[in-house]
Design a protein around this ligand. Structure first.
Ligand SMILES: *Cc1c(COP(=O)(O)O)cnc(C)c1O
Length: 454
């Protein structure tokens, strides 16, 4: 402390006054600056009580140690960090095999900052392949389209917008709560670059039936001659299905599936900052999209949007593979699913709610108010009351054609114990009791739409 104070050019914390929004002329002492930021970051929600996010909020101590030791590594510096590059490659092979690539040696994979970047890359590969084919046929490459559920994650809207592809959203309905191939021929045409099937819909946690969509595309090919590939957005499910539903053929076992993405930082159990995309065959990735970086006399293909990015997350991913193995992943996710099922049953038992999904796919479920439930309160009010207990539970309208339906969703992640779940149910019970006693509506909490697109 004394040595710090002996440097007069550094102003003290007290002299900063309110939080600077302009670069200060003189810097703070490091410890003081640390405290300012540390104290302010403490005001963020408690990650453990956040039932909204899919993203990893906990890793064990050896992982934390590894993270601290490797946080300076830049993944793109393949020259300087060839061992990290090699580990990234191994992770890609592990995933290709986990997702049943018929010949993992022919598969090609890359890590990304998350599923959003992974989806952009997969979408670009679709667009380029479609363009190349159209050109070869001497046909126009105008107005490509991508077919996907209206419940697709926002990254697909970004892809369509940034890469100028028309998104053709197939609305979900009570009868078809996921993209299931129904009516698909109304959306697919000769300009369709691909169909996205979601394994673990963000809104509800449900799997879209990949095989069934593939069968619908087979029929379309038989009648119209259109050969349309599938990309599986397995941001959540890619790290769940191989362990909890190993018999479900959602992956490269389905011939039409060209590529799959998943978020390492969701059920891949790594801190934020890592995603993956795998193509079943390197030939499906147009060569002109791949940039070659030479290192150690070798030749490292890269396909990514950003140049520099943290390498530590990739090492952490490899750590989770080594440490957990197949059985460890199965146990972690089976526990989460068990907790989620218990919570879903408990919430259904409270009275006012009806389950929309039941955590049978990924450990995520959604519920709505029972139709005709009397009382002046709604799910937004419940979210607001739960927040007073510290719990973050999002409420939002469903996408087209179900925008009249409002749901609340719970994501159970590693670290949500049965004990914590029991405490949550208690809070929920109290909150409901409180709301049921109201005789008039609460003044409405400000922003009604929570950020849930995680
Ligand atoms: C979370 C999610 C994404 C985006 O993933 P990030 O890793 O957050 O970029 C995309 N698709 C689905 C289905 C998701 O759940």
């Amino acid at each position: 402390m004394a040595s710090r104070r002996s440097r007069p050019v550094v102003p003290s914390r007290a002299s900063v006054g309110s939080a600077p929004v302009r670069l200060p002329d003189l810097g703070l002492d490091a410890e003081d600056a640390y405290e300012v930021v540390h104290d302010e970051a403490m005001l963020d929600g408690n990650a453990r009580l956040n039932l909204a996010t899919f993203v990893g909020t906990w890793m064990d101590r050896p992982a934390d140690r590894l993270y601290a030791e490797t946080r300076q590594k830049n993944l793109i510096d393949k020259d300087e960090y060839p061992a990290t590059a090699e580990i990234e490659d191994r992770c890609g092979r592990i995933l290709a095999a986990l997702w049943r690539a018929p010949d993992p040696e022919r598969a090609i994979a890359t890590s990304t900052v998350g599923s959003s970047e992974a989806c952009m890359l997969a979408g670009m590969a679709f667009k380029r392949r479609w363009q190349a084919r159209r050109r070869a046929e001497g046909r126009s490459t105008d107005r490509p389209n991508l077919v996907l559920s209206s419940a697709a994650q926002v990254c697909w809207e970004k892809f369509a917008n940034y890469w100028e592809v028309e998104p053709r959203f197939v609305p979900i309905t009570e009868d078809h709560p996921t993209l299931d191939g129904h009516d698909l021929e109304r959306y697919v045409d000769e300009r369709t670059i691909g169909v996205v099937v979601i394994l673990g819909v963000t809104y509800t946690g449900m799997y879209e039936p990949v095989e069934q969509v593939a069968a619908a595309l087979d029929r379309i090919q038989a009648t119209h001659g259109l050969d349309v590939p599938i990309h599986v957005d397995a941001a959540s499910g890619g790290f769940v299905a191989p362990f909890l539903q190993p018999e479900l053929p959602w992956d490269f076992r389905v011939g039409r599936v060209h590529s799959i993405n998943a978020s390492g930082h969701k059920f891949g159990l790594v801190y934020p900052g890592v995603g993956w995309v795998v193509w079943r065959d390197a030939g499906l990735l147009p060569e002109e999209l791949v940039f070659r970086v030479s290192y150690l006399g070798g030749d490292m293909p890269t396909f990514c949007l950003n140049f520099s990015r943290p390498g530590a997350q990739v090492l952490l991913q490899y750590y989770t593979f080594l440490h957990l193995g197949h059985e460890g992943f199965r146990r972690v996710h089976a526990t989460a699913q068990d907790v989620a099922r218990g919570l879903a049953a408990g919430i259904a038992g409270l009275g006012p709610f009806e389950l929309w999904s039941d955590a049978e796919d990924i450990p995520v479920f959604a519920y709505r108010m029972r139709p005709g439930h009397p009382g002046p309160w709604n799910l937004y009010d419940l979210s607001a009351v739960l927040r007073q207990y510290g719990w973050l539970v999002p409420t939002y309208p469903m996408p087209d054609d179900l925008t009249d339906t409002t749901v609340q969703r719970i994501v159970v992640r590693n670290g949500m114990s049965h004990d914590l779940a029991r405490k949550f149910l208690e809070s929920m019970g109290e909150a409901v009791e409180h709301l049921e006693r109201l005789d008039r509506p609460l003044p409405h909490p400000g922003g009604q739409r929570s950020a849930f697109h995680h």
